[in-house]
Write a protein that binds this ligand. Sequence first.
Ligand code: SF4
Length: 433
Amino acid sequence: MYQALKEGVLPITSVCNMGCVFCSNRYNPKSCEVFSIGPRDLEDIEETIPWLQGAPGAIVIGESVTRINEGEPLTHPHFMTIVEKVRDAYPEKPIRVTTNASLLSPEKSRRLASLGVELIISLNTVGKRKEVMADPEPEVTLRNVSALNGVIKLEGSIVALPFVTGWDDLRETCRFLKDSGAISIRLLAPGFSAAHPLFKEMPSSTWEECRRFAGEMTRALGIPVLFEPPVLRDLCARVEAVMEGTPAKAAGMRAGDIITRVAGIQVDSRKDAFELARERENPKITLLRDGGQIEVALAKPRRTSPGFVVYEDLDLRAFSAWAARAGFGRKAPPLILTSSLARPLISAALESRGLEAQVVTVRSRYFGGNIQAGGLLTVGDFLAAYNNALRDLKPPSTVTLPKRAFDAWGRDLEGVSYKRFTEETGCQVVLAG
Ligand code: SF4
């Protein structure tokens, strides 16, 4: 219920009819508290649906949320009824379903389209489906995906494993998704804990090569192929792509444009630019392009997507709220313990606000491998990073830890409370992000 309210995610089942090699849960450390659930009772789901009213954006079915593993939603015996009930309760909200498409018959796709559902097709590979996903019937899945073209709005998603599938397969998978009607493709970086056998097989250059590949495919296919996580070093609102048939496209916006103002308001980050443009009716956008400044106007109603794509960076309103609590102005600057991915953005935000803080990167010792996400760090990781850096630190006024590493009760993935950090170090902890 909490996650329904906070994130708009509706967990329905952890059951899946496939077994992807990149599924990490089999290789989690033993103390990692994650849960698998069978198909939830319809009654139970009906009780959760009212909590989705807080969903910040789309209502999402088929994505894992915090500790609950989500499986393939179409394996739920009441899947269509669940979607109908969600639609009845929220006639206006976007509903997004992530699926491997193996159970997506043409009738179901049409029904989902009539309910205004958008799909994220987690395809991953066209040529190595048995090896990579244990897909029992690859031809059926691929036929289902092909049949979606022109029927329903869809995006594609691929966990990039070029060292397993080969680059040609990755290229064909992108092309197949485009030919099936995908308006964009998310190319997800492979992330493995140290215990996962694929971690040792993955060349260290994979992420960088995939990033370049995503750029090549965007140019070749004419739809955004976006590598995640991006390496963001600043808060500059750079447009990564512009979707076909959108207000941004009609106004002539292009990939590479830098948004500086929306409706006359100076933008502070990518997230800021996107949210301002989404909220406004017919916003004027000021852009930097080829060293010059131009202005375009987007013809769109309020609270609709502008049609340009930016990577998500920092929420500067939340950042300002954090800064008010973090103890700036006291004797020693606050300390921020953060992931390697978030560190450059935090440093950029501090600089833009003229704030001085001590920032330390935290490595995932708990999962090891190439895991870098802040949400997968544990209290043990934070303590280790703190103790390592202690010699070079001024005793901080407060220590900030990423909120996403903790659940609603303040517990990390091992079930350890963030309060343990205070008990062991005597430092006051602030959760943020
Ligand atoms: S299809 Fe999705 S839920 Fe099923 S095993 Fe693969 S990654 Fe996991």
